[in-house]
Ligand binder design. Structure first.
Ligand SMILES: NC(=O)c1ccc[n+]([C@@H]2O[C@H](COP(=O)([O-])OP(=O)(O)OC[C@H]3O[C@@H](n4cnc5c(N)ncnc54)[C@H](O)[C@@H]3O)[C@@H](O)[C@H]2O)c1
Length: 330
């Protein structure tokens, strides 16, 4: 097959491996650069889970023939001739600025570069680039090969065309691009997640709840609703027949009560030990890969259920099934 596209991935940790699976399972070839000597073993393990999960999610629709993965010896080798580049380096601004400049110098002039950063500003990440207009934040969610959302955010020098190209590529591999209108630390999703995370750390710090109890408070209640309605639609329904206005009138006064401690607690050694020990106890010896397989199976169940309703993430799954079917028939 001659028309296979090539994605170059720089950084192949949790997120980079997820991108590798997402692209390979859509039929792209992947060139991955990561100096970790164990990179091939780790990536193959993630790929194994990803194949099983995507296969189940797409039901009876055959996946495209898988692309080939190459573990490149150098960054320049990985990005040469690439049709798209995704950077998933550790979340350190100085490192990303330096390596993005190297990618920029070695990659074909027109190739768009996505950054997986969870919250660093693209205007800063593009500082060392000769062609900064092609740098776009494409912030995914773990596991990248299953969750559709990818936040797209441009910096001061990013071109609209680069944002559109990135969105189009992400959409073509089964994702849901969400454009962030204003450049902001943490973008949209991590602003929300970070608020919850800070509160959760306070609850552990103050001895109000264990890490497991806090997770239960999410997964047996609000988390189930969030997965298909998010916050605003959920609260609209909580307002009964009068909807959001009634909700705001009823719970508005609580906004003045001390229900939140948004400043994070100091990460003292004691707090770190408490969180880590409780987390180990919660895991009860289950390995990372076992948990990942369990997480994937649960996500597939939830997303398949949503696909039956053709709603929220299920709409994306259904659209993907249709697109793959058409591709198979074409
Ligand atoms: N973990 C998450 O849930 C998550 C979610 C969304 C976005 N992100 C973002 O994705 C990025 C990567 O995060 P991660 O969780 O995969 O981190 P990670 O630590 O799992 O992986 C980072 C990888 O980069 C490699 N690396 C280090 N220096 C390198 C270099 N010079 N060239 C090439 N590779 C190099 C490391 O060997 C490692 O494999 C970060 O920007 C993070 O904010 C993470």
């Amino acid at each position: 097959m001659t028309d296979r596209k090539t994605a170059a991935l720089v950084g192949g940790g949790v997120i980079g491996a997820g991108w590798a699976a997402r692209f390979l399972l859509d039929g792209w070839n992947v060139r991955l650069f990561d100096p970790d000597p164990e990179i091939a073993r780790k990536t193959e393990e993630v790929l194994k889970n990803a194949r099983a999960a995507q296969g189940q999610l797409m039901k009876d629709v055959p996946l495209p023939a898988e692309g080939e993965i190459t573990y490149s010896a150098t960054l320049a080798e990985a990005v040469a001739g690439a049709d798209f580049i995704q950077e998933s380096l550790p979340e350190r601004e100085d490192l990303k600025i330096r390596v993005l400049a190297e990618i920029d110098a070695a990659a074909p002039a027109r190739t768009v570069i996505g950054s997986s950063t969870s919250g660093l500003l693209p205007s800063r990440l593009q500082l060392g680039m000769a062609r900064p207009e092609r740098l776009v934040v494409g912030h995914p969610f773990n596991p990248v090969y299953l969750l559709p959302l990818v936040e797209i955010c441009g910096g001061e020098k990013t071109s609209e065309a680069a944002c559109e190209t990135a969105a189009e590529i992400y959409r073509s591999i089964g994702m849901k691009p969400l454009r962030v209108r204003k450049e902001i630390d943490g973008f949209i999703a991590d602003r929300l997640l970070e608020a919850l995370w800070r509160e959760a750390l306070w609850l552990v710090n103050d001895g109000v709840a264990t890490v497991e109890e806090i997770d239960d408070a999410v997964r047996y209640g609000a988390g189930l609703r969030w997965s298909f309605m998010g916050t605003f639609l959920t609260y609209r329904l909580a307002g009964g027949e009068d909807g959001m206005r009634h909700f705001l009138a009823q719970f508005g006064p609580a906004l003045k009560l001390p229900w939140t401690k948004l400043e994070a607690p100091e990460l003292t050694d004691e707090l770190i030990d408490r969180v880590a020990e409780q987390s180990d106890a919660q895991a009860g010896g289950t390995s990372l890969r076992e948990f990942e397989a369990l997480r994937d199976a649960c996500l597939v169940s939830v997303m398949s259920g949503l696909a039956d309703q053709r709603y929220a993430a299920g709409e994306v799954v259904e659209a993907r099934r249709r697109a793959l079917k058409a591709r198979g028939e074409g």
